[in-house]
Design a protein around this ligand. Sequence first.
Ligand SMILES: CC(C)(COP(=O)(O)OP(=O)(O)OC[C@H]1O[C@@H](n2cnc3c(N)ncnc32)[C@H](O)[C@@H]1OP(=O)(O)O)[C@@H](O)C(=O)NCCC(=O)NCCS
Length: 257
Amino acid sequence: MLGTEEAHLWCFRPQKLNEGRLLEAGLSFLSSDERARLDRFLVPEPRHVFLCTRLVARSILSLYAEVEPWEWIFQTNPYGRPEIASPAEYRRLRFNLSNKNGLIVCLVARDGDLGVDVEDTSQPPRRLLDIADRFFSAREAAALRALRSTEEQRSRFYHYWTLKESYIKARGVGLALGLSGFSFLFEPGGIRITYEPGFVDPQEWDFQLLHVDGRHVIGVTLERHKLSNKQLLPRNAEEAVFHELRRVSDIGPAGGL
Ligand SMILES: CC(C)(COP(=O)(O)OP(=O)(O)OC[C@H]1O[C@@H](n2cnc3c(N)ncnc32)[C@H](O)[C@@H]1OP(=O)(O)O)[C@@H](O)C(=O)NCCC(=O)NCCS
C-alpha cells in the first residue's frame, strides 16, 4: 500500500533479466512508441536497460492500481518527463526514473512532485573538480575544493551530482533549469537548498541520499508538505517485474485482461 504522503523507491538490476522467454514477454508490454525507440538502439546493453526501465515503470505502477502493465499510456511534458496519460483516474500517481550502470530506480508517490537520480560511484571521473567548476554552483565547487581528502571529495561530488539531478527532475524541467543557480548545503539538521539571486522556485522540498549495493548513490527530491520526509528504504523491484513477465509468458497479455 502507498499512503497519500508516502513515496516508495524501487531498485532493479537489469543484468538479472536474461531469459529469452521473459524478454520476449517484456516486449509485449511496450507501446508502439516505446517499441520504435527500442528499435533505434544499436548497442545491446543500452537497449536492454531501456527495455528493463519500461518494464520496471509499468510493473511497479501496476502494484498501485488495477491496471495491467501493458495498459499504461504515458506522455512526456515539454522537457521530456514521462507522466501518466491514461487511465485518467491514475493521472495523479507520480513517478520518476533513473538508471546508471547496473541499477534502475523508480520513485513513486500518490501525489506531489518528486525526482530521483542514481549514479555509479565505482569509477569517479579524474577531473571532478573541473566538472564541479563547470556545472555546480560556485559555492558548491568551493566547498568541494575545501575538503581535504580525495575520498571525501569523491563522495561529496556524487552527493551534489545526484541531488542536483533529482532536483531538476522534480521540477520537471531537466537541464533547461541549469545546475549552477542553486546550491546544496549539508548541515547537522539535514540537506538544505539555497538559491542564487534571481533563481525562482515557488515550491519547498526535502532531500535524501541513499547508498545501495556498495556502489550506487541515489539522490531523492520530494515536495515538502505533500510527501513525508521519513527516510526512504530501497525496495527490490525484481520480484514484481519477474512476476508480471512470468504471468504473461505463460498465458499471454490477453489472458490477464
Ligand atoms: C532529465 C535529465 C536530468 C536526465 O538525466 P540522466 O542522468 O542523463 O538520466 P537518468 O537515467 O537519471 O534519467 C533519465 C530519465 O529521466 C526521465 N526524464 C526525462 N526528462 C525529464 C525531465 N525533464 N524531468 C524529470 N524526469 C525526466 C525519463 O524517465 C528518463 O528516462 P527515459 O528516457 O528512459 O524514460 C537530463 O536533462 C540530462 O540529460 N542530464 C544530463 C546531466 C549532466 O550531464 N549532468 C552533469 C553533471 S551534474
